[in-house]
Design a protein around this ligand. Structure first.
Ligand code: FE
Length: 199
């Protein structure tokens, strides 16, 4: 089937104390798995079945198939999320990415301030992203399952899930604490740099 549940790239305890094993196990093993299973069930036996997960997500977006799009995009967004974090992350990026952050967002300090404001200020469920948009780095948020993958010209570099299921077990309603901890300790700048080089 085109949608698969990847293994987490680290043990479930690896992001503690910032994100608990309990949260990661529910988030990956229940929420992410459900999106993968529902996306596969929705395309089973249809002409979409031989396509890649990315192509199916794009087709669902273009055709306005919200039920399929929501599960397909969430499957992709969560796979991207696990790689956007790492144990002992959050240190400064280097090279091309550091130069681009300096040029477009006021360096890492400017990024941290603007990303926190965007992630905390996003109303309801969704995602905060660092994206490459036609030669410029930008911070954007998307609602619910929406993903830069289907918006022409945008290359996602990093994402943070701001759905309550991402932090509620650990922090209840305190989204700002979750965002701050992610920025300070978990950001995987190497992953962002790899995505930028590919853009
Ligand atoms: Fe999530």
């Amino acid at each position: 089937m085109p949608f698969t549940l990847p293994d987490l790239p680290y043990p479930p305890t690896a992001l503690e104390p910032h994100i608990s094993a309990r949260t990661l196990e529910f988030h990956h093993g229940k929420h992410h798995k459900a999106y993968v299973d529902k996306a596969n069930a929705a395309i089973a036996g249809t002409p979409l079945e031989p396509l890649s997960a990315e192509a199916i997500t794009y087709r669902a977006h273009v055709e306005g198939n919200a039920a399929l799009f929501n599960n397909a995009a969430q499957a992709w967004n969560h796979s991207f999320l696990w790689q956007s974090m790492r144990p002992a992350g959050g240190a400064a990026p280097s090279g091309l990415l550091a130069e681009a952050l300096d040029r477009d967002l006021g360096g890492v300090a400017g990024f941290n301030t603007a990303f926190k404001e965007a992630a905390v200020g996003h109303f309801g469920s969704g995602w905060a992203w660092l994206v490459h948009d036609h030669e410029t780095l930008k911070i954007i948020t998307t609602h619910d399952a929406d993903t830069p993958l289907v918006h022409d010209g945008l290359t996602p570099l990093l994402t943070l899930d701001v759905w309550e299921h991402a932090y509620y077990l650990d922090r209840q309603n305190l989204r700002p604490d979750y965002v701050e901890a992610w920025l300070a300790h978990l950001v995987n700048w190497e992953f962002a740099a790899t995505n930028l080089h590919a853009a």
